[in-house]
Design a protein around this ligand. Structure first.
Ligand code: ZN
Length: 233
């Protein structure tokens, strides 16, 4: 699967296993959060057990970019339960065919069409695409940004991982985060044939549509979103 980077395969497999365990904890945390009354951060006593569980979910690859590949395993997801599916949160195992989920349904139709074509062909190779995040409401994006700012300690550092509601391609429906790592690896090899391109070197899961890539290949990546002119407003 990871044809170009064999050395990293083992690490990725281990991460996938951790992600699955974390997924269970997220469910537990969500139930606890529902029972414990929309907890504002981790201040109330009833919130402590659920936010502990949520903090263990830091490596789950949804819904915010900021949660992944964070050196030292930083946690920015403790308040994830505050906004739901209508804002773009996606349940575990969401696929590109899940029309009833707003995070998928509100994607740009051209992007979604390319993703479905790619996913169909990837399935022939035994690779399944999971949508870890797609369209997000401005409110949801703002929440992810605030979480990242408090986690990283500065807006500058947070900007390397999470865009503002005004600049995020997720909010406009033009970006999708695809997992697991095997699916991202498949896209990194074949995505250009569908116009699907990785945009940022630090986000191997984040794909956008670049139709010209079908003929000319994907454009060079930005090191991270701070190098993307679209992010400067
Ligand atoms: Zn993304």
């Amino acid at each position: 699967m990871t044809r170009s980077e064999p050395a990293r395969t083992t690490t990725r497999r281990i991460r996938i296993r951790r992600i699955r365990v974390a997924g269970l904890l997220v469910v537990i945390a969500a139930i606890a959060a529902a029972l414990g009354d929309q907890l504002p951060a981790s201040s109330s006593p009833t919130a402590s057990s659920s936010s502990t569980a949520a903090s263990r979910s830091e490596h789950r690859r949804a819904p915010g970019d900021a949660e992944r590949s964070v050196p030292g395993g930083a946690t920015v997801s403790e308040r994830r339960g505050a906004l739901g599916e209508a804002d773009g949160a996606v349940p575990d195992g969401t696929t590109v065919y899940d029309d009833e989920i707003p995070g998928v349904a509100n994607l740009d139709p051209a992007l979604l069409g390319a993703l479905r074509q790619a996913a169909t062909d990837a399935a022939d190779d035994g690779v399944e695409f999971v949508v870890d995040s797609g369209w997000r409401s401005p409110e949801y994006q703002e929440q992810l940004l605030q979480e990242a700012v408090s986690e990283y300690g500065s807006e500058e550092e947070a900007a390397r991982w999470v865009a503002t509601p005004d600049t995020s391609a997720h909010v406009s429906g033009h970006a999708v985060d695809i997992g697991p790592s095997g699916a991202a690896a498949w896209l990194s090899e074949h995505g250009a044939e569908y116009g699907l391109c990785q945009i940022y070197s630090n986000e191997p899961w984040h794909y956008e549509l670049r139709p010209e890539a079908i003929d000319h290949g994907c454009p060079p990546m930005y090191a991270d979103p701070t190098h993307d002119p679209r992010m400067r407003q």
